[in-house]
Design a protein around this ligand. Structure first.
Ligand code: LCS
Length: 392
């Protein structure tokens, strides 16, 4: 059978075939669903009969979104949540029990790191942080009770890559789950399920929605995990369910994911090359540059190198702050993956949940600046950075 293209799936997968034949997905803004009789209600609750019960357990608008992402990620299924953190916590509460051990890469989004260190550890879960860009470090950290290997790739904010296939092989050898946060790459650039991941997490707030107007998350998983994640983790433990209206917005955003990612990456490559050649800049972290230590892995594992860039200025933290205070069009804001170019300072903002010592151990310097390259005309992005750099 002919393979269906990415954008065709992004536009058509999960279509809601309703009686009115709507082209756009209707917003089924209903908290509950009416049963024909008591027997049917019972059958729905026992999962003997398919159908809707209550929106915390499933909703027809959200189902379209879930089927769309499952199709793009080559996953058996997908479960939408009210935030990326909701996706992470729901997945972990679903698969872990007291006494389990996690091996995680040390460079994570700040709140994921906080969930591990301040949250999970209180419930008797043991976590070892390693530099997972070398799979041997992960292998060495494995214990008899290791249940999950966890990573982002590229990582937030250092843009380090993790060899997902190598980690998938380790997870399978020790009968653990590999969970990959694919927020930075999106399925357009990397498909972790094809490389051996058992669960793929997204902050859909970022590229999947792409328009900066929703907080949401998604969990893609293998068949055997789906019921536990939806009917235990989401239904009973976090309750972090996505609203039908937000699902509608993310469905609309995802239809253009392929187009947007292509342009985001093209813009980012030019911005990264500009920054790397600028005399006031000490170092640029971007997988599309030949100076990136894992440039070869990026070419193998990613269709394009993504659109987040981090860099350090000559000088340091004060120069970095002066720069982000001087941009005009590029907005000083956290988040990423929006149409607008966003610039921020991880040490005092997104990664302030790490102590300075933990941050430095994870390779996140105090002077690091992160840019999410948007979809403005790239010459205008560069011109804004140029005037800001001239200001310091
Ligand atoms: N995973 C990654 C890789 C993230 O970057 C974020 C948020 C999350 C999960 C959590 O998703 P949320 O709950 O916010 O939807 N990252 C942010 C960032 O770098 N700036 O602001 C939020």
């Amino acid at each position: 059978m002919k393979k269906i293209g990415f954008s065709t799936k992004a536009i058509h997968a999960g279509h809601d075939h309703n009686t009115h034949g709507t082209l756009a997905t209707p917003i089924y803004q209903s908290s509950t669903f009416i049963f024909d009789n008591a027997e049917q209600g019972g059958r729905r609750f026992s999962l003997e009969e398919e159908g809707y019960i209550y929106t915390r357990l499933g909703n027809p608008t959200t189902k379209v979104l879930e089927e769309k992402l499952a199709s793009l990620e080559n996953a058996d299924g997908c479960i939408a949540t009210s935030s990326g953190m909701g996706a992470i916590t729901t997945a972990f509460w679903s698969v872990l029990k007291q006494g389990d051990h996690i091996v995680s890469d040390n460079n994570l989004y700040g709140c994921t790191f906080a969930y591990f260190t301040h949250g999970l550890s209180k419930f008797g879960v043991d976590i070892t942080f390693v530099d997972a860009s070398n799979p041997e470090n992960v292998r060495r950290a494995v214990k008899a009770n290791t249940k999950v290997i966890y990573c982002e790739s590229p990582t937030n904010p250092s843009l380090k890559l993790v060899d997902i296939k190598a980690l998938g092989d380790i997870a399978n050898e020790i009968d653990a789950y590999l969970i990959v946060d694919n927020t930075f790459a999106t399925p357009y650039l990397t498909k972790p399920m094809d490389l051996g991941a058992h669960i793929v997490i997204h902050s859909g707030t970022k590229y999947l929605n792409g328009h900066g107007d929703v907080i949401c998350g998604l969990i893609c998983a293998k068949n055997e995990l789906l019921n536990d994640i939806r009917y235990v983790g989401l239904k009973d433990m976090t309750g972090a369910v996505m609203s039908p209206f937000d699902s509608f917005l993310v469905i609309r955003g995802m239809k253009t994911l392929g187009l947007r990612m292509k342009q985001h990456c093209e813009n980012a490559q030019k911005v990264a090359e500009y920054l790397e050649n600028h005399p006031k800049i000490k170092r640029v972290y971007y997988p599309g540059l030949t100076s990136h230590p894992q440039h070869e892995l990026a070419k193998k594992q990613m269709k394009l190198p993504g659109a987040i860039i981090s860099f350090e200025l000559n000088g340091g933290i004060n120069e970095g702050k002066a720069l982000i205070n001087s941009t005009k069009m590029c907005k000083l804001a956290v988040s990423l993956g929006d149409l607008e170019t966003l610039i921020q300072h991880p040490a005092s903002m997104t990664h302030s949940t790490y102590t300075q010592e933990e941050r430095l151990a994870a390779g996140i310097s105090d002077e690091l600046i992160r840019i999410s390259v948007g979809l403005e005309d790239v010459d205008d992005i560069i011109e804004d950075l140029e005037q800001a750099l001239n200001n310091i």
